[in-house]
Ligand binder design. Structure first.
Ligand code: PXP
Length: 243
């Protein structure tokens, strides 16, 4: 049985809201409901182009949530200052490209080593934990440790896509995730995982008991159109707990 935490990513409630420029549906309402339905944390990505979550959403979440907020952010001066001001429980530093639809891969810890080290130290000294969103790759995991991160979040996008479309080829990617989760744990990094996770892909991932938290958004918000947010959260949480 896994006792991993479920972080619910509410970005796509904001996507729907912004599509019409209205004030509903409210990401804060989704987050408070998610809290009531058993989410262990809330994740929100404030992107540079503000395509979904807005600055006010982050203020609302900080002021109203009882469960931890994980702020996903790019390593930019603007986001650093925002993170230092709002002091979320954790900051997950992600790569960000304006032209991408979603976060396509983990952060390049080689090219960004110095800036990640500087930002990690500033954020940690300010009282938030730091997580780096990385591919399941030993170099990036070693660098995350050297940078001073508390946590790595392993990008599960490739595995999850294979499970949905070409499951006979998914095992190799799963093995890589298992091996790298164990490696990160062996050097005392807390291991989280996220991106593209569905009720199908969570089953094998939740069996990796080293993974302490899953951050899941798009699938939960999509499912909630058909079965409601409560059932969408409870279903995936049960799958985590049962594994
Ligand atoms: N974790 C991180 C670091 C992400 O960037 C995202 C996407 O914003 C997620 C988890 C959630 O991914 P999904 O919406 O595909 O479940």
């Amino acid at each position: 049985m896994s006792n991993a935490r479920l972080g619910v990513n509410i970005d796509h409630v904001a996507t729907v809201r912004n599509a019409r420029g209205e004030i509903y549906p409210s990401p804060l309402r989704a987050a408070l409901d998610a809290e009531m339905y058993g989410a262990d944390g809330i994740t929100a990505h404030l992107r540079e182009d503000r395509r979904h979550i807005q600055d006010k959403d982050i203020d609302d979440l900080i002021n109203n949530l009882k469960i931890p907020l994980n702020l996903e952010m790019a390593a930019t001066v603007e986001m650093l200052s925002l993170a230092l001001n709002c002091k979320p429980n954790s900051c997950c530093i992600v790569p960000e490209k304006r032209e991408e639809i979603t976060t396509e891969g983990g952060i390049d810890t080689i090219r960004n080593f110095e800036i990640l080290k500087e930002y990690t130290s500033k954020i940690k000294n300010n009282g938030s934990r730091v997580s780096l969103f990385v591919d399941a790759d030993q170099t990036h995991i070693d660098n995350s440790k050297k940078i001073g991160a508390d946590i790595i979040e392993i990008h599960t996008g490739k595995y999850c896509q294979l499970i949905e479309t070409d499951s006979s080829n998914a095992n190799e990617e799963l093995d890589r995730i298992i091996k790298m989760a164990n490696y990160a744990d062996s050097i005392n990094l807390e291991v989280h995982a996220g991106h593209g996770i569905t009720n199908r892909s969570i089953k094998a991932l939740a069996k990796i008991d080293i993974i302490k938290e899953f951050n899941i958004g798009h699938f939960i918000i999509g499912e909630s159109i058909f079965i409601g947010l409560e059932k969408a959260i409870k279903d995936i949480k049960s799958l985590i707990l049962e594994s």
